[in-house]
Design a protein around this ligand. Structure first.
Ligand SMILES: [Zn+2]
Length: 135
């Protein structure tokens, strides 16, 4: 198998409003990547519905590392994520953005314990009208 230099691994939510626009944004910023799409993205690390969800996700990260040797993991979340209860759960957009930024840092620290040599970046997407943007 040919290994791509500077390959990344991206964790992304399934939400149809975000991923079609998020993929080219991530591709432009990070180049080629393996992709794991799962509802709620980082929530499966920080507060999974079932412990098995966290295990499966960590196993998928481990498989990408073993098979394709990504040099970096990009953890993403997005605002109005149904798995977190959506924007209506928050008093303001600022509160929601702060929540997701903390959530991403928390997920990063959990993943770092399991994969200590893996470099991890975090990104948060939001919607302006129907346009997806990085926060
Ligand atoms: Zn979502």
């Amino acid at each position: 198998m040919k290994h791509i230099k500077n390959l990344s691994l991206v964790l992304l939510c399934i939400d149809y409003r975000f991923w079609p626009q998020a993929l080219p944004i991530l591709k432009e910023k990070y180049g080629d990547f393996d992709l794991i799409e799962i509802a709620g993205s980082s929530k499966n690390i920080t507060s999974p519905l079932e412990e098995e969800d966290r295990i499966t996700l960590l196993e998928n990260i481990g498989l990408s590392i073993k098979l394709h040797h990504p040099h970096k993991l990009i953890l993403t979340n997005h605002t109005d994520c149904g798995a977190y209860g959506g924007s209506k759960k928050f008093k303001s957009q600022d509160e929601e953005v702060e929540f997701h930024k903390k959530e991403l840092i928390n997920a990063k620290s959990i993943i770092s314990k399991k994969f200590p040599t893996l470099s991890i970046e975090t990104e948060l997407f939001t919607l302006k009208g129907d346009k997806v943007e990085l926060v």
